[in-house]
Design a protein. Structure first.
Length: 204
């Protein structure tokens, strides 16, 4: 084989690899995501489904419905019904913290401007919600970060890190006690479970 043919063969090989590499990387990426998702789901089914159900909706009021948790609907539900046993200095958030008039507005502001959700179905209510945020800021701070150990960091709400925090702390809820998984699960396991739980409230 002469030098010209060798050069052409090398050039074609490089071109082939250049075209194929992104597809290989994407496939590898997708496999990693799938494996992580399946691992999170498997741990959830073993450790969490006894109370939260295999679909995450909560068994007969035994535990919170996780299919809305981490979403704007979850914010509305928490403001309306409160949250108990948070394992922070402020151990309980009372129900009905906002009037019916302001409930969706506060949720819209938190979802879009405070939390990790970064979107809302009520854009027109954000300004009103910001004006009413003071009732939440008294515990969570103006920036929603919880003022240290006073209350949960709401900037993480909608992100797997919020779930990991709950897994580490445990929770004494209105409808049952959730143990801490700090020593039960590894850091990696808590992360994949957190990502799986957050996925339950996503349409996609």
């Amino acid at each position: 084989m002469d030098n010209k043919n060798i050069f052409i063969e090398i050039a074609l090989t490089i071109l082939f690899l250049a075209v194929l590499s992104p597809a290989i990387l994407q496939a590898t990426d997708e496999n990693l995501k799938d494996n992580s998702f399946l691992k999170g789901k498997d741990i959830f089914l073993k450790e969490c489904s006894a109370c939260h159900g295999i679909d995450g909706k909560g068994l007969e009021g035994v535990a919170r419905n996780l299919t809305i948790w981490g979403s704007e609907d979850g914010v509305i539900d928490t403001i309306a019904n409160g949250s108990k046993g948070l394992k922070y200095t402020i151990k309980e958030m009372p129900s009905n913290m906002a009037s019916d008039k302001n409930l969706q507005a506060v949720a819209a502001y938190m979802a879009k401007d405070i939390s990790s959700i970064k979107t809302t179905s009520n854009e027109n209510l954000i300004a009103q919600g910001k004006e009413s945020w003071g009732i939440c800021a008294s515990c969570h701070g103006d920036d929603g970060k919880g003022m240290g150990e006073i209350a949960p960091d709401l900037t993480l709400y909608g992100n797997f890190e919020f779930v990991v925090d709950v897994l580490n702390r445990g929770k004494e809820g209105h409808i049952g006690d959730m143990p801490s998984f700090k020593e039960t699960l590894s850091d990696e396991e808590k992360i994949v479970v957190g990502k799986y739980v957050i996925s339950l409230s996503k349409d996609d």
